[in-house]
Design a protein around this ligand. Sequence first.
Ligand code: G3P
Ligand code: CA
Length: 307
Amino acid sequence: MTKKFIIYSTPFFFLFGALSLFEPHIYRTVFASTSVDRLSGKDFTIIAHKGASGLAPENTMAAFKKALELNVDQIEMDARHTADEEIIIFHDQRLDRIARDTLGNRITGDVHNYTLQEIKQFDVGTWFDSQYKDERIPTLKEVLDLIDGQCKVLIEIKHMDHPHYHDFAEKLVEIVLQEKNGEDWIILQSYEPEYLDEVHELDPMIQTKALIVGEDSAPLLAFYIETRIHMGRAKESNRLKAINPHWETLSPRRVFQMHAKGYEVHAYPVNTRDDMIKMLNSGVDGIITDYPDIAIDLKKELMGMEI
Ligand code: G3P
Ligand code: CA
């Protein structure tokens, strides 16, 4: 009897195991509701991803100004460094996707191989729309001076495959501390907990935040394993109060688990009204989006305010 039970139940066991890997996908495509019925009065944090990057070229002063105009709760951006070790705001390791010279030719190569003076020549707006031809890669200091505590700032420390990384962490902390009450409104985040540890050692008052699961193209099994590894590493660090998972890895059960571990959950990148509603119905506390205008309208609707 026991032997038969094992033989017959084994395939179901594997089937259930395989299905659980697809849990977020099944939730999102089959069960997640796009109805706001249960969300009335729901407040949530709106984070402009790379500035208002659906409305202006990402990580530029134009995108940050748009996000400020919209009155978002937080602005997210990506920090890298130049060859002369200045901290700049730029997402990709390579310049190719976004940077052009004055003749419109694509600039190639890694951003950290150019000096700040060279980088300031590149046009990083035309790829998005010709009206932004004068946009340049900003320094972290320029962006922080613009925002000046009007909302919270979430700086993602991008992977620093560079011998001067340590100086980078020191410089970051120095720039944060130069801002008035910087420790209150500037938060550092990274996929690499050791980067956050280094910042924390330099100044324990600076707020840090873990990022988990970044590659939306990764197969589901990789998602699953990565989530577990990152959750485990984040757990060791009791100062991390919030987690930003990729929205395609979430389900109500997973959000519940993260809440049970004491984290706020901010999903990224959620770019349509329906997907925002799906995520809010799954229980997330915040939405990281390229289109903060859509999120602001939704929040006003849920809070019963005039749009
Ligand atoms: O805040 C999360 C998000 O910014 C991480 O992904 O690739 O947009 O920098 P990415
Ligand atoms: Ca980022």
